[in-house]
Design a protein around this ligand. Structure first.
Ligand code: F6R
Length: 241
């Protein structure tokens, strides 16, 4: 894994935007896997600015998001579909039909998961997958487990993940208990992976991801095996190394 150390969140976001932007310039019809959460917001602002200034063109790009809460409609304020629209899609020249997230209110969630994997396959796989990491080492919503899940599936969120995401909801009871997430196979088969991490609260997870054994109990550890994985992390996130 290549590690780029930045002084802070702002520099992390700029450098990550340089890398993601370079991917789109070199392959305008790239399939980009996207993440939600606090880590990529600065990166998304950077991409939006570059697009407004005519320095990046998303017209041929396709996106597939990592995950979505079960039970939240795309219009729900805290759905990941709404997050993506607010923070990125509404600000760039991407065709809305080229943006994809799992449908958390599908009647048949099992077939929704299968269709999402089929969609990724039909797009030719993911050229670049963007990731944040959870405090417990989750990627997407693949929580610590005793095996690496393969394709898109439904997960029960751990209490630590629910607590971490509570900040976006009025109270913990409103945080969904389940989510649909791409599996580890979907993620690790991406041709390139870009991980953004910021803050001292992630330092222990970063250390375990980079130096620990590759185990499903630490899902992000599998990134050690990827041939083209770039970690852009600020000094605080790298401070435990
Ligand atoms: C979000 C996702 C999660 C987050 C992770 C870090 O789509 O898949 O794995 O990347 O929980 O979240 P933040 O960036 O909010 O610390």
């Amino acid at each position: 894994m290549r590690i780029i150390k930045t002084k802070d969140y702002e520099q992390m976001s700029t450098i990550a935007a340089d890398i993601l932007g370079a991917q789109i310039i070199s392959k305008p019809e790239s399939v980009i896997g996207l993440a939600t959460g606090s880590s990529p917001i600065g990166l998304y602002n950077n991409l939006a600015k570059r697009c407004t200034e005519g320095r990046l063109d998303f017209s041929a790009v396709c996106t597939v998001n990592l995950d979505e809460y079960v039970g939240l409609s795309p219009e729900h304020e805290q759905s990941y579909a709404n997050f993506m629209w607010t923070n990125l899609f509404s600000k760039i020249n991407i065709a809305p039909g080229n943006t994809h997230l799992p449908n958390g209110i599908a009647e048949d969630l099992v077939s929704e998961c299968a269709s999402y994997d089929e969609l990724i396959r039909s797009l030719g796989g993911i050229d670049l997958q963007l990731l944040g990491i959870g405090h417990n080492g989750h990627i997407g919503f693949n929580e610590p487990a005793d095996f690496f899940p393969l394709g898109t599936h439904m997960v029960k969120l751990t209490s630590s993940t629910q607590k971490a995401n509570q900040r976006f909801f009025n109270n913990i009871a409103d945080v969904p208990t389940h989510a649909l997430t791409m599996g580890i196979r979907d993620i690790i088969q991406a041709r390139r992976i870009l991980v953004v991490v910021s803050g001292v609260d992630k330092a222990d997870a970063v250390k375990r991801m980079l130096t620990g054994t590759v185990v499903p109990d630490m899902p992000a550890s599998i990134l050690q095996l990827h041939r083209d994985c770039i970690l852009v992390a600020d000094e605080a996130a790298l401070s435990a190394l």
